[in-house]
Design a binder for this molecule. Structure first.
Ligand code: ADE
Ligand code: ZN
Length: 353
């Protein structure tokens, strides 16, 4: 066993640089949510699509959300410029370049195929474009990645089954399935059978729960869908028994701080419950969700969080990065290597000078 990291020796002034440089994994990023307005306009021109906004600035000005649905309406409209395999590649490659700048070593990336197949885009173009970007990111940026296919919960379970069927010819290109889109009124149990099928097929399972929906949705995602991670999950604090369970079972929560502020889940970053979740012993991770819409990529999420919440220091920064590795769907040997490099960065930051 190596010596413990002397967190108290790390000067507070070094924290922002440490947050930027520490290696980390991102486990909650919707690739369609990384589509920047500039790229939306470029792809619209390339594909001959008319946009209802006259300029990049006008589109960006429309990013004032009051809740999840007000965001989703504009997010699905933005995704309508994605037509060809190259469009999916370009979108994902742009994300990977940002991730590399943020010292992300591993990304588990959500994609929403129903958003595209409903417009007549073949599943093959979606998955192949994303997969090629993942492969190139590994070769050129040294970022490993996995794709997770999300079912849109506002659509039917039958539609989810058809989507799964259509994606199975490319099953080696995605490791798991998730559940996203409008949460309230679309509880996890609506998708119990399709998740059971995905479990039989050997997929990793995750689900958005407890973002806008109640704590009970987190429980049903765990009990009925048998998911391994909960995306968001911040409303778990409404049930102390659930918080205790999440801590005991080390169920990871992929929390998205800037998203939670933009979608009014919390009124201000200083009111975010992430410090309380960490203190309760939960495996909390920090993620960007839809960075093009919510004001920042992964490091911006860390920086905004730590700036607003002075009780978060070097120890918590280390814990959040370590949690991101613990919660990743990778082999233990890979995880152990990441932990060594994380510890090295923190030991170096504790050195005088
Ligand atoms: N799809 C993209 N971002 C989402 C979020 N934050 N919640 C639910 N569905 C989403
Ligand atoms: Zn999300």
């Amino acid at each position: 066993m190596s010596n413990p990291i002397p967190f108290e020796a790390i000067p507070h002034a070094r924290l922002p640089a440490l947050l930027r440089t520490m290696p980390k994994a991102e486990l909650h990023i919707h690739i369609e949510g990384s589509l920047e307005p500039e790229l939306i306009f470029r792809l619209a021109a390339r594909n001959g699509i008319a946009l209802p906004y006259p300029s990049v600035e006008a589109l960006r000005a429309a990013y004032a959300f009051t809740d999840l649905q007000s965001f989703l309406d504009i997010y699905y409209a933005g995704a309508s410029v994605l037509i060809e395999e190259a469009d999916f590649f370009d979108m994902a490659w742009a994300y990977f370049e940002r991730a590399a700048a943020d010292n992300v070593v591993h990304a588990e990336i959500f994609f929403d195929p129903q958003t595209h197949t409903a417009r007549g885009v073949p599943m093959e173009k979606v998955i192949r474009g994303l997969h090629h970007a993942c492969r190139r990111a590994h070769q050129e940026l040294r970022i490993s990645s996995k794709l997770i296919l999300c079912f849109l919960r506002h659509l039917s379970e039958e539609d989810a089954f058809a989507t799964l069927e259509a994606a199975l010819p490319w099953r080696e290109h995605f490791i798991g399935v998730g559940l996203d889109s409008s949460e309230s009124g679309h509880p996890p149990e609506k998708f119990a059978r399709v998740f059971a099928r995905c479990r039989e097929l050997g997929f990793e399972l995750v689900a958005h729960a407890g973002e806008e929906g109640p704590a009970s949705y987190i429980e049903t995602a765990l009990d009925l869908l048998q998911v391994r991670r909960i995306d968001h999950g911040v409303r778990c604090t409404e049930s102390p028994a659930l918080v205790e369970r999440l801590a005991r079972e080390r169920v990871p929560l992929t929390v998205c701080p800037l998203s939670n502020i933009k979608l009014c889940v919390f009124p201000h970053m200083s009111r975010h419950n992430l410090p309380a979740l960490l203190s309760a012993g939960l495996c909390v991770t920090v993620n960007s969700d839809d960075p093009a819409y919510f004001g920042g990529y992964l490091n911006q999420n860390f920086l905004a969080l730590f700036e607003a919440l002075p009780e978060l220091g070097a120890r918590e920064a280390w814990q959040l990065a370590a949690n991101s590795f613990e919660a990743s769907f990778v082999d233990d040997t890979v995880r152990a290597d990441w932990r060594l490099s994380l510890d090295e960065v923190f030991r170096a930051a504790a050195q005088p000078g």
